[in-house]
Design a protein around this ligand. Structure first.
Ligand code: UDX
Length: 436
């Protein structure tokens, strides 16, 4: 099938390349010429495992192309809209300007019978407003949320755990659903659940999933706060409750909390939308989820201060990690980077390292010192602070090796990723999150 993808960020670029890799002819469209130049050469404009391979393959096969010209969408049977919905500058609601601009520029190039499939995460009620504009050109709007995780985006797109399409309850809606089944044929053929819903449900599925995940993380981080005043160990607590299949161990990783381009802004936008709908109280707990999450960053900073005897001023602090999570170079709302910035603000001599995210981090916070080499970053450090659990740190950095480089023997484990007993046995003062 011929497909267009409007917006070539973390979502759109992966979607375009993944759709080409399953055999479709795809044009990716974005306003940013630098992004388009890179993608056209088969280069990923950001770090995402597996993406360079399918980009190169797609571009070389001739099935995948990129352009800044929206007119190139003409002739596609399905137009996916995957532009960003960041948090508004002056509030918690989603900034819809990119979505609105994308629809406005796309619609003159949409032909009767085409499907426009919204993938952006939007406030519930958005599709109902956009649908008449799409219908006015004889096309049909479907809302087809995306659940990809950064770091696993290629796999999540080609082989998702579920597909959801919100369509109108009309013959056109039915046809739109059938066309989307065809688009996702390999996943559909292997029996991936494909749910057809109305617009509101499809929009809500996405925000509800993210709200649930954020709540799960903040739940365990709240338990970490209780563990901290009782001497309990939150990692053992998580293991024990996680054995209950109704609870499950995943997303019970206590630490400095969630960040990134989705969870933080999505729960805020959800709360703001619920407020507009007169149901603010229904998701009031999301404000608490947000507050718990942000408190963990304060806690990590305080742990470093305490660990260094009450003052970080002039101390060399090596911060391992800047990305909001491993396998990503994304530093949007990164708790790791936030901790580094705060320690720097307190006068510590902070050196940040990360295998992928240094360029992005430096653009946002040029005041910090960055060191690409893990070992150089910890050389002569008074404290080692691990805030993104890359394998290079969590798995590969042994206390013995660290001891050969650092000045001090203080380790603060912001992700509870290190083996506390091993570090202590090697003579280190180990401080975890919610652990004695
Ligand atoms: C998330 C959703 O998982 C995905 O389905 C949606 O499409 C987009 O938002 P992503 O932002 O890529 O994906 O990251 P995710 O893996 O969910 O992690 C989010 C944050 O939570 C990270 O900062 C991570 O470090 C943190 N986290 C995750 C924890 O603090 N503890 C955990 O146990 C799990």
């Amino acid at each position: 099938m011929r497909l267009s993808v409007i917006g070539c960020g973390y979502l759109g670029a992966v979607h375009a390349a993944a759709m080409a890799s399953i055999g479709h002819e795809v044009v990716g469209i974005d306003l940013d010429p630098r992004k388009i130049d890179a993608l056209s050469r088969g280069e990923a404009p950001f770090f995402e495992p597996g993406l360079p391979e399918i980009l190169t393959e797609g571009v070389e096969s001739g099935r995948l192309s990129f352009t800044t010209d929206i007119a190139a969408a003409e002739g596609a049977a399905v137009h996916f809209v995957g532009v960003g919905t960041p948090q508004q500058q002056d509030g918690h609601a989603a900034d819809m300007s990119h979505v609105n601009a994308a629809f406005e520029s796309l619609l003159p190039h949409v032909r009767p019978g085409d499907i426009v499939a919204g993938k952006s995460t939007v406030p519930v009620g958005t599709a109902a407003v956009l649908a008449p504009l799409v219908e006015a050109v004889g096309a049909t709007l479907a809302w087809n949320p995306e659940f990809l995780r950064e770091g696993w985006a290629v796999q999540d797109t080609i082989d998702p755990d579920r597909l959801v399409a919100g369509v109108p309850a009309t013959a056109d809606g039915e046809r739109a659903a059938a066309v989307l089944r065809e688009v996702y044929h390999p996943a559909v053929a292997k029996g991936t659940p494909f749910m057809i819903t109305d617009y509101a449900t499809a929009e809500l599925v996405k925000v509800a999933a993210n709200a649930f995940l954020a709540t799960k993380i903040s739940f365990i981080n709240a338990m970490a706060e209780i563990a901290e005043v009782t001497g309990a160990d939150v990692t053992q607590l998580a293991d024990a409750i996680g054995h209950d299949v109704r609870i499950g161990r995943r997303f019970l990783g206590a630490g400095i909390g969630f960040g990134g381009g989705c969870l933080p802004k999505d729960i805020r936008a959800f709360a703001a939308r619920a407020e507009e709908l007169g149901r603010g109280e229904s998701v009031n707990f999301l404000r608490e989820v947000d507050a718990i999450n942000l408190r963990r960053r304060d806690r990590a900073v305080q742990l470093v201060i305490d660990a260094l005897g009450g003052r970080v001023f002039g101390k060399k602090v090596a911060v391992l990690g800047a990305a909001f999570k491993p396998f990503s170079d994304d530093v949007r709302d990164s708790p790791a980077l936030d901790v580094a910035v705060r320690l720097n603000g307190l006068g510590a001599n902070v050196v940040v390292t990360d295998p992928q995210a240094i360029d992005n981090a430096r653009r946002l916070h040029p005041q910090l010192t960055y060191e690409p080499s893990r070992d150089e970053s910890i050389r002569d450090a008074d404290a080692v602070v691990m805030v993104t659990e890359w394998d290079e740190y969590r798995r590969d950095l042994t206390p013995e090796h660290a001891s050969s480089l650092t000045a001090g023997r203080v380790v603060v484990d912001g992700r509870n990723g290190f083996d506390a007993a091993a570090w202590r046995a090697a003579g280190w003062s180990y401080f975890g999150m919610g652990r004695p």
